[in-house]
Write a protein that binds this ligand. Structure first.
Ligand code: URA
Length: 203
């Protein structure tokens, strides 16, 4: 997304000298700004409203239900920002770890609202690197009946976008930036480092 505010804020969090407090705040701000684009296709319906001047027919959101699904743990950093604009959204959580023998991402925690089949799901994770976690998260949601899924991240690597598109071509991907590549350790370059560590002040 090339909006100047999003690009400006992304540059702030890319800086290795950006501390935990500011990083956390700005990640949420970018996530909030991204909702503007993510919600562009939300359906509207007519509603009659009475202004001080009289009755008029205007537009209101048709009330499609939303759920935000952060991929643990870095995805948590985007939830509050999105909730600022979609305060009625439910929040499901999905946690995965990389199996040390197979190297496959494996789910260890999935807690979803019971009606995910009838909700628009926003799967959120700041970094789309190899795409392994995103693919696994979407697999887990589809297995539980999810039908409409959007993936929202801050920084994507071309490799991750390609992998997610190939496995789940029906998923719309929203990213604030498409970076150059993955390095040999699976980090996005230039990226912003380990998003989870920077959000939570761990190493
Ligand atoms: N996860 C991160 O937090 N950063 C990367 O660059 C890649 C994956």
């Amino acid at each position: 997304m090339d909006h100047p505010l999003i690009q400006h804020k992304l540059t702030i969090i890319r800086d290795k000298n950006c501390g935990t407090k500011e990083f956390r705040e700005v990640v949420n701000e970018i996530a909030e700004l991204m909702v503007y684009d993510v919600s562009r296709d939300f359906a509207l319906e007519d509603v009659v409203v009475e202004t001080p001047m009289g009755k008029t027919t205007q537009k209101t959101l048709a009330g499609k239900k939303i759920a935000i699904i952060p991929i643990l743990r870095a995805g948590l950093g985007m939830v509050d920002g999105i909730l600022e604009l979609l305060p009625a959204a439910k929040v499901g959580h999905i946690g995965m770890y990389r199996d040390e023998t197979t190297f496959q991402p494996t789910e260890y925690f999935v807690k979803m609202p019971e009606d995910i089949a009838s909700r628009d799901l926003l799967v959120v994770d700041p970094m789309l690197a190899t795409g392994g976690s995103a693919i696994m998260a979407v697999d887990a949601l589809k297995k539980r009946g999810a039908k409409t899924i959007k993936f929202v991240c801050l920084v994507a690597a071309p490799e991750g976008v390609e992998a997610l598109r190939e496995k789940h071509p029906d998923i719309d991907i929203y990213t604030a930036a498409l970076d150059d590549r993955l390095n040999e350790d699976g980090y996005i370059v230039p990226g912003l480092g380990d998003a989870g560590d920077r959000l939570f002040g761990t190493k």
